[in-house]
Design a protein around this ligand. Structure first.
Ligand code: ADP
Length: 320
């Protein structure tokens, strides 16, 4: 393969730039030309394609977001859209493609593979909601971002003897709430995988107050409800003073952690090696600290397993 392309798609994550850099460097090392496709599948359809240069990737490692920009494209979900994308790839002589994104982007990647383009998926999503890989690029940074915020919120909650409930991202996957909750010594973690009734949760906070623990931190993943609604429920049913914070996009921005940078480098390298071996239709991931690959179909199908043991660990620690 002489010329490959790389794009970022769906939600951006810190560490995507490190993956782009690794794809570029590995491609160059293997004697390939590497082209950047801007604005995801939308840009691909529109022909927003250019050679990547060292300048494009130098000194970008520490930046969040993606130098290739990202986008969502309804048109790409149509047969016509995929046809347009293929014609652009053909026109630029791009023989293989690396797609960095979440499971939606992987589905799009499969359409290109079906149409005969060797394409490889690299998992990039802060939610860590892809079951075939232990970690996705951006998750570790998001957890670090949230953990740092927990301590700021805890300071002011303690000053007023209040409970703080912090809403974080994760519609179907409570990993950010769980990991940041443990990192930030949360007292309660509400996630979609472990539906706890709000009366039970409110009761725990009331019990904490009775035993003299006036400040508690509650993590709530967006899939388990809104922080403001939970706070209103607690106020209505107990005498606990509670304040809600929604962290929003600050979770997704900022410098990628060293872990995400290294993960992105390893996944980026493997993705290009697969293309060089003439393999397409694969997704790269990490299992037990080993980089491996599975078919894109399997990557999409494998159910994301919640770490119940980790959840129980937090429950135990919060009890005493
Ligand atoms: P993520 O990759 O973060 O899960 P999305 O779900 O928004 O983000 O998907 C990103 C893009 O991938 C979509 O805008 C669309 O262009 C493409 N895509 C998603 N699902 C499909 C699908 N079933 N078929 C083809 N393309 C898809």
């Amino acid at each position: 393969m002489k010329r490959i392309g790389v794009l970022t798609s769906g939600g951006d994550t810190p560490g995507m730039n490190c993956a782009i850099r690794a794809v570029f460097k590995t491609g160059v090392a293997l004697g390939m030309q590497v082209m950047g496709i801007y604005h995801g599948y939308k840009g691909l359809i529109e022909g927003k394609v250019d050679y990547l240069t060292h300048e494009d990737v130098e000194n970008k490692m520490h930046k969040g977001g993606t130098v290739l920009r990202t986008a969502r494209s309804q048109e790409f979900k149509t047969e016509e859209g995929v046809k347009k994308a293929i014609s652009v790839l053909k026109a630029y002589g791009i023989e293989g493609l690396v797609v960095i994104g979440g499971d939606g982007s992987f589905r799009g990647c499969m359409e290109l593979v079906k149409a005969g383009i060797p394409a490889i998926g690299i998992p990039g999503t802060i939610d860590n909601d892809m079951g075939y890989t232990d970690f996705t690029i951006g998750f570790d940074t998001a957890v670090n971002n949230v953990t740092n915020e927990i301590y700021k919120i805890r300071d002011t909650m303690r000053a007023h003897d209040r409970v703080g409930v912090i809403e974080v991202m994760g519609r179907n996957c409570g990993d950010i709430a769980l990991w940041a909750g443990i990192g930030g010594a949360a007292d309660l973690i509400l996630v979609p995988e472990m539906p706890m009734q709000w009366d039970e949760a409110a009761n725990k906070l009331a019990q904490n107050k009775l035993r003299g623990k006036l400040t508690s931190i509650v993590m709530i993943a967006e899939g388990a409800g809104k922080a403001e609604d939970f706070a209103a429920y607690v106020r209505e049913h107990t005498d606990v003073e509670i304040k809600a914070t929604v962290l929003g996009y600050i979770q997704r921005g900022g410098n990628p952690s060293a872990f995400d940078r290294v993960l992105a480098a390893r996944l980026g390298e493997r993705a290009v090696e697969l293309l060089a071996e003439g393999k397409g239709g694969r997704a790269v991931g990490i299992r037990h600290n080993t980089i491996y690959d599975v078919s894109l179909a399997e990557a999409i199908e494998v159910k994301d397993e919640f770490d119940y043991k980790l959840y129980e660990l937090n429950e135990m620690m919060a009890k005493f």
